[in-house]
Design a protein around this ligand. Structure first.
Ligand code: NI
Length: 240
């Protein structure tokens, strides 16, 4: 499942993150690459121990934790602390690769299995040319270039690349999620079910308020049962 989540960062948070990282000292992007991805990676990356990276990471982490779509789409068990990259000038692309299966956080030695890869766009889409995130999925190639502040998540098993940036600069935040539900197919099913139940509940609430009925004790038994099915499936599949 490839999921776009709009407005993960508020305009204020976006401005803060950009301000913090733009003036920091960037390094060669190969600092976190494996052998294969290192041979096709040509970008810059913010060293994770820099104070600017820590502050920007905190802003992103707070925004992720409060975002219901991120939580229901990823069912996060563990999130690798967000990293930041930059594509411009001569360091402007990242060829086809699949992300490493396990990332080990240097500071804590904590392992994160990369079930889900995430990119949070930090540059306005019209401020640069190229720079599309191209993800191969079941239905072919998806070419993704979203508004600043929007996030995309896709299965960590996907072959993907970032096209060369030929004008301007592409700033992004990227990270991985180890999900409570390891299987992408099971996560996708749970997500669809959760969204459908939420829509049903909202429609019922709207109807009840039109009829001036109390929202309390008015949930249809079908909605209660479906919600129970969601939780029982999650219980069956979750590894916490
Ligand atoms: Ni990647």
């Amino acid at each position: 499942m490839l999921l776009r989540i709009p407005h993960v960062l508020t305009p204020e948070e976006l401005a803060q993150v950009r301000q913090l990282i733009l003036v920091a000292d960037w390094a060669d992007g190969r600092i976190t690459a494996g052998r294969q991805s290192g041979s096709v990676k040509n970008n810059r990356q913010l060293p994770e121990e820099l104070p600017a990276a820590q502050q920007a990471r905190h802003i992103v982490s707070v925004a992720l934790a409060r975002n219901p779509l991120f939580v229901t789409g990823a069912l996060p068990k563990s999130v690798y602390p967000p990293l930041f990259n930059r594509y411009s000038g001569d360091a402007n692309s990242f060829g086809n690769h699949i992300d490493n299966a396990v990332r080990t956080h240097a500071a804590t030695a904590r392992h994160v299995r990369t079930d889900i890869s995430c990119t949070l766009f930090l540059s306005d889409a019209d401020s640069y040319d190229g720079g599309e995130l191209v993800v191969q999925d079941t239905y072919g190639e998806q070419r993704l270039k979203f508004a600043a502040g929007d996030l995309v998540m896709y299965p960590g098993t996907s072959l993907h690349r970032v096209e060369p940036v030929t004008r301007g600069e592409r700033l992004a935040c990227f990270f991985w999620v180890e999900s409570m539900v390891r299987s992408a197919a099971q996560r996708s099913l749970l997500y669809d079910m959760d969204m459908a139940i939420t829509a049903l509940r909202q429609a019922d609430l709207a109807q009840n308020s039109e009829l001036s009925q109390s929202p309390l004790n008015s949930e249809r038994s079908e909605v209660v049962k479906l919600t129970g099915c969601y939780h029982n499936l999650l219980r069956m599949w979750a590894d916490v």
